[in-house]
Design a protein around this ligand. Structure first.
Ligand code: 3PG
Length: 527
């Protein structure tokens, strides 16, 4: 039996490793101790890799891998994963988003309490220097202090709620949440960042991206209270490290509790030279409970992805199947089939793929255009196209993609029209889904039809003159080709026949059909 290779690139809990070890179709390699350059050779033929923040998924890694289907980030942060690069190569990126929430929340509380009570310094003086000087260590209380929480998601909101228990005055800044998430928890909500800068203690819980890098720099610190306390257990670089250093040195910042650094391991970071920084080596997720949970989920996700069975917590799939209403799924299939059919019936370099959507289905236009693109490009590119890389491949080939809605006017609740424009012309195919997931093509280029998109299909456009059906039947019969369905649409003085046959139609037979007097054009497609 051929096995799927899963490489675990960073340390994860034994529970997850045992799960990988016990699956018969998984060949698992533990490479956490392997040097990162050597690692590239180990993962060359991997189907799935499991990483943490110590492994950068960058172009160097992506250039090396040949079979990689998926990456499981055993944790939350994917700022060191080149998601666009993965998408271009059709690699699915998953994370394990919530298993370490509590660990990160509690580390933040630890840093906050440590900072205001100078806990590490007092500990160091007694334990390492054997000095008993209680008068050296007067701290401050959390009670009645103003806490500014930047980012009020999974972690930030829990920090806020716990800080309320310490009777703090908590204020949240997060433009991406409903303000009620804060106010319902008894936390003030602000859209004015200056309200945060006015706090006694500030903690940040945002992802690291263009918007959040250097969110706190010299200008922001200048506006803060003298003696402010800053905590960062999220990502290095959200607080500008130079500004942090300067203001720790000057005493403007009384203490900083920092778990994360721009470059890790951070043993050479100049911040460590400041006496008033309390630093930990990226321990946000390091509790036994969280590591156990993360490793189990990461292992299960890696196995499912290796088998191609499921991609839980995928970050770069255009659809989350579990979240789609049941009625949408057959429309995705229909749209992909119509894209595939359109590209075969209108061969040539594709310039434009456009969807027109009638009805509620319009809401899913982003997923539908991806499925149409996969269908259309599968004809030209084959298996190398998938839901992850479709829009990237289209962009690279300068194919324009578009999707627009229209008020329903066709007598069906939902209708999808796929138009594929190539250098040789254009084709429009419309379809719908009837009850019990019955896929139907309703129209090709304005010719009304009612046919299931399946099998070997001849699309014949002809002058609407007597004898065409008989001639086609005789010609196909002469080649022992059985017709299983024959649908006809008429428009002006032309007709369009969609003929489903049981046997393959050779190029020669296609040429004979094209030679019929009434034939205007003919296409052959297999779905
Ligand atoms: C995360 O993003 O999940 C945390 O920062 C933990 O990262 P780690 O798995 O590298 O410890």
């Amino acid at each position: 039996m051929s096995k799927f290779k899963v490489v675990v690139c960073d340390h994860i809990h034994d529970k997850g490793l045992n799960i990988l070890e016990n699956e018969k179709d998984i060949d698992y390699v533990y490479a956490a101790k392997v040097d990162k350059t050597e690692l590239l050779d180990v993962i060359e033929d991997a189907d799935v890799i499991v990483t943490r923040s110590s492994t950068d998924v960058d172009q160097k890694l992506l250039d090396k891998v040949k079979n990689l289907k998926a990456i499981v980030r055993a944790g939350v942060g994917v700022d060191n994963v080149d998601i666009d690069g993965c998408s271009k190569q059709g690699i699915i990126v998953m994370n394990v988003p919530t298993a370490n929430t509590i660990a990160a929340v509690e580390l933040t509380m630890t840093h906050m309490l440590s900072a205001v009570r100078t806990f590490p310094l007092a500990n160091d003086e007694l334990k390492n220097k054997r000095i008993w000087k209680r008068e050296n260590w007067y701290g401050t209380e959390l009670k009645d202090k103003k806490l500014g929480v930047i980012g009020f998601g999974n972690i930030g909101s829990r920090v806020g709620i716990r800080s309320k228990a310490f009777e703090m005055d908590v204020i949240a800044y997060d433009p991406y949440i409903d303000s009620r998430k804060a106010t319902d928890a008894g936390v003030k909500y602000t859209t004015n960042f200056d309200d945060i800068l006015d706090c006694d203690i500030i903690t940040i819980h945002t992802p690291k991206n263009k918007e959040t890098i250097d969110m706190i720099g010299e200008a922001e610190i200048a506006k803060m209270k003298d003696g402010v306390v800053l905590i960062n257990c999220a990502r290095g670089g959200l607080y500008n490290e130079d500004a942090l250093y300067n203001n720790l040195q000057s005493g403007k910042i009384r203490f900083a509790g920092i778990d994360v650094f721009i470059t890790e391991p951070a043993t050479d970071n100049k911040l460590l030279d400041c006496d008033n920084i309390f630093a930990t080596p990226h321990l946000g997720a390091n509790t036994r409970e969280s590591q156990q949970k993360i490793s189990i989920q990461a292992a299960e996700q890696a196995i499912a992805a290796a088998r191609g069975a499921a991609y839980p917590n995928a970050l770069n799939l255009p659809i989350k199947e579990n979240e789609l209403p049941d009625y949408v799924k057959p429309f995705l299939e229909l749209t992909q089939k119509m894209g595939f059919l359109a590209a075969q019936a209108n061969r040539g370099a594709i310039r434009n793929i456009e969807l027109t959507l009638e009805g509620e289905i319009e809401e899913y236009k982003d997923s539908l255009i991806t499925f149409a693109t996969v269908g259309a490009l599968t004809h030209t590119i084959g298996d190398n196209i998938n839901y992850v890389n479709a829009t990237f491949v289209a962009k690279e080939r300068e194919i324009t993609l578009g999707a627009k809605g229209e008020a329903p006017h066709s007598g069906v609740n939902n209708k999808v029209t796929v138009k594929v424009v190539t250098e040789n012309g254009e084709i429009s195919i419309s379809g719908t889904v009837f009850e019990e997931s019955i896929l139907r093509i309703l129209d090709i280029n304005g010719f009304d039809l009612d046919v299931e998109p399946r099998g070997k299909m001849i699309i014949l456009r002809n002058s609407d003159v007597p004898g065409v059906i008989g001639n086609v039947g005789t010609l196909l019969g002469g080649h022992n080709i059985n017709i299983s369905d024959f649908r006809l649409g008429r428009k002006n003085s032309e007709a369009l026949a969609l003929i489903i046959v049981d046997e393959d139609i050779t190029v020669e037979v296609q040429e004979e059909l094209k030679a019929l007097d009434a034939c205007i054009n003919l296409a052959y497609a297999v779905i």
